[in-house]
Design a protein around this ligand. Structure first.
Ligand code: NAI
Length: 480
């Protein structure tokens, strides 16, 4: 029986391995982590992450050919194929601080693999890493190997949170990069055989190591760039009276461009886009390509601009002050159908409003109060470290209350900010909400999900990103 071990039981390691176990009943899969609380949760009825369909997959395989454990060394030493799916945060100190990837967790995983291995292994980079990381990993492994042969593969993950299980069941492509030696090709084939259990051959792309590593960074940069492009247009739409939804529709109809990822919003979030672009920027700079670095840097700058612009709209519309006013924040996760708040635009928007002394009442169907308080008091990039290494019980932000109902959040509020596109926010009884709010009642839709006309009929002053402005707002331009 082939044995797989995955180091890192997070958003990628957990779902990916659960699907491999489901689709490959003859393979034994162990997912290991240094975080005891995460592993305990994976072994319980309350999985550590919310992902539609995940629970069902885990329940079908757990205890049969899928195991979650903290006994990292045992499972690594027994495995034939080891996936490494640990955090790769942005460095906060030293060389490359604020840009380069921090490979501390990766390096310690590699050293541990070398220490405990007694048979040949295939080591698979699942984490997103800077191009050429495999070379460093190879050196660590071979210099500590005691004669054991390690083959390094790059197999970046392209799943999107919120649709992870669907994406894993039916991936657009699986990418496997390896050495162009006979041993490297043999290792590629071994991993290909795993995916071939459910992915058709034409969707499995095999490349050299560096192409595979770079393709993941490139894919995230291209995706984020589309969002920043449409968001940049949204600002121009507001200035000119064009409607960004109409522009995006017309542009996306061009088959060379395509319709996906063209929704204007308060900005992109998630654990990967910013981190991976910063990493790409750093790699370009290190390779003497400042023009290329600056090009990609701009994608992040536009994203920051969009978040600032949103906060400024809120404040300037509400008579240039939100001090002491209650603002209801609907949605905190970085997108719908996930409880993940890493780099969510809600953090910057809330911090901006708190900076202007607003009182916030926040509701998200999947995010806990503890998580929101942590996010609002944590330092930039601190989130991307194993939970047990994050700062404990940060002081809670007093002007923030977290409630479990959108109606409770909006009661007596002066304004509402919709920051996540949860379906339930489309179906709220806005008349009832309006009746219980302070007047004039403002609604700022950061995801363009409400029916603007209907809400204006009710009496709301509505701001919707990139849409023709309410007369009220037109008189109060928001300069970022
Ligand atoms: P995560 O933070 O949810 O999970 C990483 C896990 O690794 C943590 O539970 C941590 O405790 C564990 N860990 C760290 N060092 C360890 C060690 N030495 N031994 C055992 N366990 C260790 O991170 P996530 O989101 O799963 O991301 C992992 C990698 O995958 C990152 O490089 C990320 O950029 C990449 N990625 C993430 C995607 C996403 O949607 N979240 C999508 C595609 C790639």
């Amino acid at each position: 029986m082939v044995k797989i071990c995955c180091i890192g039981a997070g958003y990628v390691g957990g779902p990916t391995m659960a699907v491999i176990a489901l689709k490959c009943p003859s393979i034994e899969v162990a997912v290991v982590d240094i975080s005891v609380s995460r592993i305990t949760a994976w072994n319980s009825d309350h999985l550590p992450i919310y992902e539609p369909g995940l629970e069902d997959v885990v329940k079908q395989c757990r205890g049969k050919n899928l195991f979650f454990s903290t006994d990292v060394e045992k499972h690594v030493s027994e495995a034939d194929i080891i996936f490494v799916s640990v955090n790769t945060p942005t460095k906060t100190q030293g060389l490359g601080a604020g840009k380069a990837a921090d490979l501390t967790y990766w390096e310690s995983a590699a050293r541990m693999i070398a220490d405990v291995s007694k048979s040949n292994k295939i080591v698979v980079e699942k984490s997103t890493v800077p191009v050429k990381t495999a070379e460093a990993i190879e050196k660590i492994l071979t210099h500590n190997s005691n004669g054991i042969n390690f083959q390094i593969l790059s197999n970046p993950e392209f799943l999107a949170e919120g649709t992870a299980i669907q994406d894993l069941f039916n991936p657009d492509r699986v990418l496997i990069g390896g050495r162009e030696t006979p041993e490297g090709q043999k290792a590629i084939q071994a991993l290909k055989n795993v995916y071939a259990n459910w992915v058709s051959e034409d969707r499995i792309i095999c490349t050299n190591l560096w192409s595979a590593e770079l393709s993941k960074l490139a894919a995230n940069a291209f995706l984020a760039q589309r969002i920043s492009s449409v968001n940049a247009m949204s600002a121009l739409c507001e200035a000119t009276g064009a409607d960004v939804a109409e522009v995006a529709h017309a542009v996306g109809k061009d088959t060379r461009i395509g319709p996906k990822f063209l929704n204007a919003s308060v900005g992109f979030g998630g654990s990967c886009f910013q981190k991976d672009i910063l990493n790409l920027v750093y790699i370009c700079e290190c390779n003497g390509l400042p023009e290329v670095a600056n090009y990609w840097k701009q994608v992040i700058k536009v994203n920051d601009y969009q978040k600032n612009r949103f906060v400024n709209r809120v404040v300037s519309s509400m008579f240039n002050t939100v001090s002491g006013k209650k603002i209801a924040v609907l949605g905190f996760a970085f997108k719908k159908d996930t409880g993940d708040t890493r780099e969510t635009p809600a953090i910057d928007v809330c911090k901006g409003l708190l900076g202007d002394k607003a009182r916030l009442s926040i509701y998200d169907p999947q995010v806990t109060e503890d998580q929101i308080q942590r996010d609002l008091s944590m330092k930039k990039f601190d989130w991307d470290h194993p939970i047990h290494l994050q700062p404990m019980s940060p002081t809670s932000v007093k002007q923030v209350s977290v409630v479990w109902d959108a109606y409770e959040a909006t009661k007596d509020a002066h304004g509402i900010c919709i920051l996540t596109e949860w379906d339930e926010f489309k179906a709220l009884d806005y008349q009832m909400i309006y009746d219980k709010m302070q007047k004039p009642a403002f609604l700022f839709d950061g995801r363009n999900i409400v029916n603007v006309e209907k809400l204006r009929e009710i009496g709301f002053v509505v701001y919707s990103i990139g849409k023709p402005l309410d007369h009220w707002l037109g008189d109060m331009p928001a300069v970022a």
